[in-house]
Design a protein around this ligand. Sequence first.
Ligand code: SF4
Ligand code: SF4
Ligand code: FES
Length: 316
Amino acid sequence: MSVSVTIDGTAVSVAEGSTILEACREIGSEQPTLCWVSTLTPVNVCRVCVVEVEGSRTLVPSCSRAVENGMVINTDSERVRHSRKMVLEFLDSSADLSNSEMAPWMERYGVDSSRYGPRSGPHDDRDDRHAGHHPEPDGLVAETVDQPVKVDNALYIRDYASCILCYKCVQACGEEAQNTFAIAVAGRGFDARISTELDTPLTDSACVFCGNCVGVCPTGALQFRSEYEMRRAGIWNEAEQSVTRTVCSYCAIGCNLELHVQDNRIVKVTSPLDHSVTHGNLCIKGRFGYDYVQELGDLAVSPIDEVLRAARSDND
Ligand code: SF4
Ligand code: SF4
Ligand code: FES
């Protein structure tokens, strides 16, 4: 059965149970999203996707609200623009969004987080704070989640200064994909943060290094070590990368891989979200077991090889 709605003056019919976001996409109208990804149950925590529904007292999250027959939806009213601007300003004032895909939206809504004052920091590891002990804010700076990058293994890093607490990594590590539960939210209020059990390094935690959390992180807070080190070396260049879809050769399940290749080197591996079996998820072998493909010994050593080898040997 289909449901008819009107979005910004355009009539559209979509299948019953579709979300407003899906109906928007049906007519080519993109909406900003951070905590939503098609493979996970919406948790409605970021609120950047809100739209106005005629007759509704509050703005509604388009990523999770199902369409109803006759709904009149406005995605670009003054109220929507104002709300999205405020959400993005608050997030941008406390976390580093420079590796997210929000820049065009921030420009569109005139986001200016500097009006909250200079950013606080640098801070020590937020996991070291005592629960319930909050230094009184002096009102002169905007508090941030700034803290040093956690680099404790060769496969991926955790830069929680960019974390917006969208919970996607927790969902992916937990019952929605990996069922490993290596990471969860610790702390309360502004001290809330993603952490391992007892703040152990990933190598001592329950983590099985599938990288599925990295695959869904919207801000680059979780980053493949290869990408992180190449960015630091100034040689990460997405414009020069090609992405080739292939099938993992490690076992008979046949997961699909997306090989991101720069200068003839695999620099990271992702998995297509639209795959009916794996839904963007992989295991450690498919995600990270690609070194052998490009181990060319002394025959060829590119700057990428040097950076990647150094990163891997750093944690041997
Ligand atoms: S790599 Fe896999 S097991 Fe480890 S924290 Fe991420 S989702 Fe969980
Ligand atoms: S680390 Fe990334 S995926 Fe996890 S809560 Fe933070 S922003 Fe979301
Ligand atoms: S994307 Fe809809 S609430 Fe976050």
